[in-house]
Design a protein around this ligand. Structure first.
Ligand SMILES: *Cc1c(COP(=O)(O)O)cnc(C)c1O
Length: 400
């Protein structure tokens, strides 16, 4: 095997690109979608209710409301809580932009809180200093699939009378102190994008135990109208009222059939992700300069992402070089995330660099390695071998 890096013209470790994430859709999924396409209901029919009920049962909440994406789910959550202009919502700096955008959709102000250096989760010690008289909610995100420290964050939320929302788009299938993700916050938000734990193509869900919030979510996803098409058909009535301004954020029946079929496989998907993480942990333990994120003992990690931090002082390369070198070896590494307020849109709103230094430093040092259920042990091995090949080249270059 060639030790010459692929980026320098050597033979790549892999012949084909290994993506960082990928859906697992099989014939049984395709079958149920085809059945719905042959039925009377393409949208807002029996499969939507079935998927919502199964999802609520799985996470242990009374209500699950489906929507058209994780972003729509975040928007609906902010709406249901009544977030409006002048309100502040505290969000982590290290997250996908949608976590903060949903606050802006409602005219509110996202307040960025820094993260813990070892888990990159919102740091509860930094939270209280962000709370003001305008604060309405804390919106945490279970980065990489590791549930946040909900007991500590809940205590702070309660002390200040704030709602707690979980962006659980990474952590479906995980748990905290034996309690399922999905029942850890007042509103819990999920995405069914293809790289997430289960997929409906595009899709999302919000779970809650609060009936009034569930009603608001349902109205919001349906134009602000207080009954849906199916309820009117059942009653034989044309009458509907639009009481509030909502959106069309509905999930279709055929997507719901796919979601239901995927939901049954969630346990095996999560187990496989956890197995892959163990393979990485073991194999990378003696790779210099590479450190997986910390996993706390009270959680079951759902491993949406497998994130490592680089000790760049040990090697004469930066993250961009490692990223490019791995891509050349056909390892689809990725970076999650650029601190949200570094994006031009937020810079234009007036957010300054420097407000969350831990997240900013971490951003320069993190790399997401491929992880998804259909990855084989051999795929993992090629990713590990590629990391080792590139790191040892640059570690050697540093010694010269
Ligand atoms: C994927 C994701 C979203 C958005 O979900 P979409 O379904 O793509 O709209 C929001 N927050 C986080 C943390 C995500 O990973």
């Amino acid at each position: 095997m060639s030790h010459r890096l692929a980026i320098h013209g050597g033979v790549p470790v892999r012949k084909s690109m290994l993506p960082y994430g990928c859906q697992s859709v099989d014939e049984s999924d395709i079958q149920v979608v085809a059945e719905v396409l042959r039925s009377d209901w393409l949208t807002t029919g029996p499969k939507v209710l079935e998927f919502e009920q199964a999802f609520a049962d799985l996470v242990g909440q009374s209500y699950a409301v489906s929507v058209s994406s994780g972003t729509a789910a975040l928007h609906a959550a902010m709406y249901a809580l009544g977030i409006t202009s002048g309100d502040e919502v505290i969000v982590p700096a290290m997250t996908f932009v949608a976590t903060a955008n949903c606050v802006v959709y409602q005219g509110g102000t996202p307040i960025f809180c820094d993260v813990e250096p070892d888990t990159l989760l919102l740091d509860p010690d930094k939270l209280e200093s962000k709370i003001t008289s305008r604060s309405k909610a804390i919106l945490v995100m279970d980065y990489a699939g590791h549930p946040c420290d909900y007991d500590t964050i809940r205590a702070i939320a309660d002390r200040h009378g704030l709602a707690l929302v979980a962006d659980a788009c990474h952590s479906l299938g995980g748990s905290y102190k034996g309690i399922s993700v999905g029942s850890l916050a007042d509103l819990n938000v999920f995405s069914f994008h293809p790289v997430k734990a289960i997929t409906t193509g595009e899709g999302g869900m919000i779970t809650t135990d609060n009936e009034a919030l569930a009603d608001e979510l349902r109205i919001f996803r349906n134009h602000g109208v207080t009954s849906d098409h199916r309820q009117r058909a059942d009653k034989g009535s044309f009458f509907y009222e639009m009481a509030e301004l909502g959106f069309n954020y509905r999930l279709t029946d055929f997507q719901s059939a796919l979601g239901l079929s995927q939901l049954y496989k969630l346990p095996e998907f999560v187990v496989r992700r956890q197995e892959i993480a163990v393979l990485y942990d073991v194999a990378l333990s003696d790779t210099p300069a590479i450190f997986p994120l910390t996993v706390r003992s009270e959680v079951s990690h759902a491993y949406h992402l497998y994130v490592v931090q680089l000790d760049l002082s040990a090697i004469s390369m930066n993250r961009a070089q490692l990223f490019a070198a791995l891509r050349a070896e056909n390892i689809g590494a990725n970076v999650h995330y650029i601190p949200v307020y570094w994006h031009p849109y937020y810079r234009h709103l007036g957010y300054q660099k420097g407000i969350c230094p831990i997240a900013e430093t971490a951003y320069q040092q993190i790399l997401s390695l491929p992880i998804y259920p259909r990855m084989s042990d051999r795929d993992v091995e090629t990713a590990v071998r590629s990391v080792g090949k590139v790191i040892s080249y640059y570690a050697h270059a540093k010694r010269l």
